[in-house]
Every structure is written in structure tokens, then in C-alpha cells.
Design a protein around this ligand. Structure first.
Ligand code: GLU
Length: 466
């Protein structure tokens, strides 16, 4: 019987959560959810000089924003160092690893000579098969015994079988002379101890897999299923670098994209399900398989993200949108919504969410319900409120005062007034828009009047026509 699925995301806390890491986390999360499995988080903080608590916090924050909840407590790799060292000693006892007393100078000399003789410079330790009775009382490292011939096959679910000749693998050091374990050992021991069944990560780790298999084999542990995902490239098809713009997920949050859209976008960076482009997270969970991961590097596509964002904003529940906008404002270090603003925003949402590509875009259109009297018109709105337009609004006012206040009635009142005056509806709607919102990019005037209600709408109209 196969083991229950356990996946993990194992970031090194040396900076923010970048888009590639977020995608790796998402794939592991989706695969675990799709298989009723467990998704674990391990912070690979063994590089003490480069790891910071701030970076760990940033990773937690990024994952929380994306809704990638992990099971149990996050594991700190450095806390497991004694266990990693213990495994190195177990390998020593089992004879699958050995003490190597070669000094740095001796290793250099070996390489010099190999170069001179045109042989491989991979170090072959003279201590591999030495009789322990000959061991000196000197510092040593522990090396794992790599097979000398044959090949190591990484049966990768994305890349296919990747074959590495064993004569290209050296006897990797697993424990340094100061007794500290190496990273490559730590990963394997942790994955084994955490019960990880599937290792899904960037294909920059493919070479590590061959070396990590040495440790699995030395310990007689079951090798996990490997799935190495091609890295993400920039829009220009080149490897990602700073010049490609936003790379940290926090930057995407601050740009005002909903987390659901970001999950959809990240999922499509390297994974596909037929022709489906816009999907919910529930659908992604239902559909996710390792077979759906492509072999070619995915490309960033800012237009696609904006499109997906618009689609998800339109699909979201009004209350959920307001809650996520509040979180966005916080992330973007903007003033929070007051309760009254949040209430009005939710009331207006039906008229706002269909055409917004991002939260700032939506909030721009929502200006009319976030601002308060007296409304300062921007330049365009001020122009739309010239003397002639204000005179017309003054004439319109009594018709609105007597209209029953619902969207359809208001539309009929304004349209029949326009007709009676022999003017196009636009001639009336534009100044009305300017009076109600102080802006020209808004939902329809009838929606605004509906949301604002009679008293507020008429007061704004009076302010503008005084
Ligand atoms: N800590 C590694 C990284 O951040 C990942 C190691 C792994 O997934 O095995 O790239």
C-alpha cells in the first residue's frame, strides 16, 4: 500500500518569498490537497550567516497571504542538527560511510596531480577502505561511500529518468570535521523524518537529488518521488533577475491583486489542465497532477495576471472583496477603511467589481463612496461642472427630489428630463457624475445615486450647483 502523501516547502530564509518559491509552495500545497495528504513547511536555516528571522517572517506572511496553510508547526532545520549528526554516525557504523583524515592540502595535491595526468579531479579518498586500526588521532570528516560504477537514476515525474554516471559522484562529506552536518544530509534526514513522500521543487535542485540519493541508499530509506519543475523565466524568456520587476510576492499583494488570482496565475506558471485559464482554487485542487507540469520553463506574463485578477475580482463575494481590500490597504501602507466606508463599499460592490483589474483600480472607481462632503472635484470633474452644466443640474434637481429612489426610476426620470430638454443623456450624466463623485471614472450615475441614497445624493447635487 502506498504511503499517505506528504509534501513540503523548504525555503531558505535569506530574503523575501519570491515568485518561484511561492509557485513551488503552491504546487506542493495543491498536490497534498489533491491527494488528501499533508503539506509541511521547513525553514532551511542552516546557513546561519545568511538566514534571518525577518526573512522567516516574510515567508510566513507571503504564504499566509496566498492562503497556503501548512500542517503543524513550521520545522526549523537548524534545530535538527544533532539528529543529522546522529545519522552520519549511523552510516559510519553501518559501513556505508567512513572517516576521512585527508587534509585540505592533501586534497589539493590529489587534484593537482589528477589535472597533470588528465584524470578526473573528483577526490578519491585513500581512507575509504582503510583499516580503522590505522586511523590517526586527528580531525576527520565523514564521507558517504558513493558507488564506483554503474549509474544513479533519478526517476523524475516531470523530467523523466535522469541518469548520472556514478563515476561522476564523489564520496560526499556528510559531517564536517567540527561535527556539523552538511546541508545535503540535513535535507534528506529531515525529509525522511518528516515522512515526505513527494519532493516537488525547482529543477536547480536536480543535481542535488543524485547526491541526496546516496544518503537514502546508505541508510536504506525509501527514496521519495521526485518532481523537479522548470524554473520561471521573465517575459523576455531569460532567467529571472531584478530587472524583470516584481519578484517578491509581497509586491504583488501591494499591487492589489487578490490572492485567488495570484494562485491561479502561479498555478499556470508551469502547470496546465487542458485549455483552462481561469479557475478557482477548488478546481485547481481537484485537477492538480504532477503529469500536468510542463517541461519547458514558464514565462512571467503581467498582462495575464491583470486579466486573471479582473476575472477573480468579478467572481468574488462582495464581503470577501471588502475584507481583502482592507488587507491590501494595510499591506500597501495606506489608511484603513472606516466602518462607514467599508459598509458603503460593500453596497457599491455590485457596480464596481465587473471591470476592475486590481484593487487600486477598483478603489479609484469607488472614490464616490469613500469620499465625503464637501467633495473636491478633480480637474476633469471641475470642467464638467461649468456654468451651463450647473444650470442644467439645477433644473434637474426638482425632478430627482420627487422621484422614487431606486435605480430604474432614477434612470427614467433623468432620461425623460433630458428628452424634454432635447439634450443627449450624456450632457446630463457627465455633470451629474462630477457632482456626485468629483471624478469622471465612476460607475453609472444611477448606481451611484442608488448606493449613496436620496439625502446624500441630493446634498452633493446642491453643493455642486450652489
Ligand atoms: N532550501 C532550498 C531552497 O530554498 C530548497 C531545498 C529543497 O527543496 O530540497 O532552494
Amino acid at each position: 500500500m502506498s504511503r499517505p502523501v506528504v509534501t513540503r516547502f523548504a525555503p531558505s530564509p535569506t530574503g523575501y518569498l519570491h515568485i518561484g518559491g511561492a509557485r513551488t509552495a503552491l504546487f506542493n500545497w495543491l498536490f497534498a490537497k489533491a491527494n488528501g495528504g499533508t503539506f509541511l513547511l521547513r525553514i532551511e536555516d542552516t546557513d546561519r550567516a545568511r538566514s534571518t528571522p525577518e526573512a522567516t517572517e516574510a515567508i510566513f506572511r507571503g504564504m499566509r497571504w496566498l492562503g497556503l496553510d501548512w500542517d503543524g508547526e513550521a520545522v526549523s532545520q537548524s534545530a535538527n542538527a544533532p539528529r543529522h549528526a546522529e545519522v552520519a554516525r549511523q552510516m559510519l557504523e553501518a559501513g556505508t560511510a567512513y572517516k576521512c583524515f585527508s587534509t585540505q592540502e592533501e586534497i589539493e595535491a590529489f587534484r593537482e596531480q589528477a589535472r597533470a595526468e588528465g584524470r578526473s579531479t573528483l577526490f578519491r579518498s585513500p581512507w575509504r577502505d582503510a583499516d580503522p586500526a590505522t586511523h590517526p588521532d586527528a580531525p576527520y570528516v565523514i564521507r558517504v561511500k558513493a558507488p564506483l560504477d554503474g549509474e544513479t537514476v533519478i526517476a523524475d515525474r516531470v523530467q523523466g529518468d535522469v541518469r548520472i554516471r556514478n563515476d561522476q559522484l564523489d564520496d560526499m562529506i556528510v559531517l564536517r570535521s567540527d561535527g556539523t552536518p552538511v546541508y545535503m544530509l540535513a535535507v534528506v534526514v529531515d525529509d525522511h523524518d518528516m515522512g515526505v513522500t513527494h519532493v516537488i521543487r525547482g529543477d536547480d535542485h536536480l543535481n542535488n537529488a543524485a547526491r541526496q540519493m546516496l544518503v537514502y541508499n546508505a541508510m536504506g530509506w525509501e527514496v521519495p518521488v521526485w518532481a523537479h519543475i522548470p524554473l520561471i523565466h521573465g517575459e523576455d524568456g531569460k532567467k529571472l533577475s531584478k530587472r524583470h520587476g516584481a519578484l517578491g510576492v509581497h509586491e504583488y499583494q501591494a499591487m492589489g491583486y487578490p490572492a485567488a488570482a495570484m494562485r491561479n496565475y502561479l498555478a499556470r506558471l508551469g502547470w496546465s489542465h487542458g485549455d483552462d485559464e481561469v479557475f478557482t482554487t477548488e478546481q485547481a485542487v481537484e485537477w492538480f497532477t504532477l503529469e500536468g507540469i510542463g517541461k519547458a520553463p514558464a514565462r512571467l506574463d503581467a498582462k495575464k495576471l491583470a486579466h486573471l485578477s479582473g476575472q477573480h475580482i468579478a467572481m468574488m463575494e462582495d464581503a470577501a472583496l471588502v475584507a481583502e481590500i482592507a488587507a491590501y490597504l494595510d499591506a500597501a501602507q495606506q489608511p484603513p477603511l472606516t466602518d462607514a466606508q467599508a459598509e458603503l463599499l460593500q453596497k457599491a460592490m455590485y457596480a464596481l467589481k465587473d471591470r476592475a483589474k486590481s484593487f487600486p483600480d477598483l478603489l479609484e472607481k469607488a472614490h464616490f463612496c469613500l469620499t465625503s462632503r464637501p467633495i473636491a472635484p478633480d480637474d476633469k470633474a471641475a470642467k464638467a461642472l461649468d456654468d451651463e452644466a450647473r444650470a442644467r443640474l439645477r433644473e434637474l434637481t426638482p425632478h430627482l427630489q420627487t422621484a422614487s429612489w431606486d435605480r430604474d426610476n432614477l434612470e427614467v426620470s433623468v432620461a425623460s428630463f433630458a428628452e424634454a430638454q432635447g439634450i443627449g443623456l450624456g450632457k446630463l450624466a457627465q455633470p451629474l457624475r462630477a457632482a456626485l463623485a468629483g471624478r469622471m471614472a465612476t460607475p453609472s450615475v444611477f448606481d451611484m445615486m442608488q448606493v449613496l441614497g436620496r439625502d446624500e445624493s441630493l446634498a452633493r447635487l446642491a453643493d455642486a450647483t450652489q
